[in-house]
Ligand binder design. Structure first.
Ligand code: NAP
Length: 265
């Protein structure tokens, strides 16, 4: 049994992780961290039966008390760097779903993980369909010179653009570069700043935030007289759980940083 602590256990994603870990015969949920539901049962906070585990609000103290092998983090972009430092320094493997870490921060944390002999797994998207969407986008990139990304999320998402949109743009740009393919020039003059979206690797990225969405993305390619649209929809947070469970089981076998679920598939 792999002992697991969930940080952000009462959040939208954390609650699903609590349910998924509890239902998995190879995993044992041993602790949960919440800022606002301190002392409450982690199962009850996640909307299920009581599990006899009360939540703490101090990550370091919970790790010291519960002795997990793996900590799963679904908290906030502001908190994730410090959370990771705490876990990795204490020799706890980490699975990070929280978005917002920069490439420099990921590398720095990867070195810290390696120095402490533990695994650090970070995925901007744990859904299998989203990983496939990124792979197909990279495959199409050398053949179709125009590309734009539209990502759509619920209106409580704190960061924009999404980590998935950034990674997709990076993968498309890398695939183009590797194939020696050129991007189509964009001659549009914005009469209103931001009208063409933000750019990641010169690829326009548009972020939509509306109540009701979970996590959705379209990658729109254009060539001569044709369009190709790749679309992925996470309709329920359950879509992320197979990837999260896989990462929890594999992270201890990969010391240092692993970035992206495709490395574990
Ligand atoms: P959420 O519902 O707002 O939950 C956030 C959780 O973090 C809550 O439990 C909250 O505790 C806790 N928290 C807030 N501030 C904190 C702090 N300073 N230190 C420690 N914990 C803190 O958010 P969510 O929708 O679950 O999303 C969480 C993260 O996962 C976001 O970054 C989101 O973009 C990301 N995400 C990733 C994926 C993926 O596949 N990688 C998928 C979906 C979402 P309290 O409730 O007690 O305040």
């Amino acid at each position: 049994m792999i002992r697991v602590v969930v940080n952000g256990a009462d959040g939208r994603m954390g609650s699903e992780v609590v349910k998924a870990v509890t239902a998995d015969a190879e995993l044992a949920l041993v602790g949960g961290v919440s800022l606002t539901h301190v002392g409450e049962d982690v199962g009850v906070a996640a909307g299920m039966q009581a599990l006899g585990i009360s939540m703490g609000n101090n990550l370091a103290a919970v790790l010291d008390t519960c002795h997990p092998e793996v900590a799963v983090d679904f908290t906030t972009p502001d908190a994730i760097y410090e959370n990771a430092e705490i876990c990795l320094t204490k020799g706890v493997h980490m699975v990070v779903g929280t978005t917002g870490l920069t490439a420099v921060q990921r590398e720095r944390l990867g070195k810290l993980a390696a120095a402490n002999g533990v695994g650090l797994f970070i995925a901007p998207n744990f859904s299998i369909g989203a990983v496939l969407m990124m792979r197909f986008a990279a495959e199409a990139a050398p053949y179709l010179p125009n590309v734009e990304i539209i990502e759509l999320h619920h209106n409580n998402k704190l960061d924009a653009p999404s980590g998935t949109a950034i990674l997709t743009a990076e993968r498309v740009a890398a695939a183009r570069k590797q194939a020696g393919a050129a991007a189509a020039p964009d001659h549009t003059q914005e009469s209103l700043r931001g009208a063409r979206g933000a750019t990641v690797e010169d690829i326009p990225v548009h972020s939509v935030r509306l109540p009701g969405y979970v996590a959705h993305q379209q990658v729109l390619f254009g060539g001569q007289g044709e369009l190709l649209t790749l679309r992925h929809d996470s309709l329920d947070r359950k879509s992320f759980m197979p990837g999260v469970l896989l990462a929890i089981k594999k992270v201890s076998g990969h010391t240092g940083l692993t970035f992206g679920l495709e490395h574990y598939l």
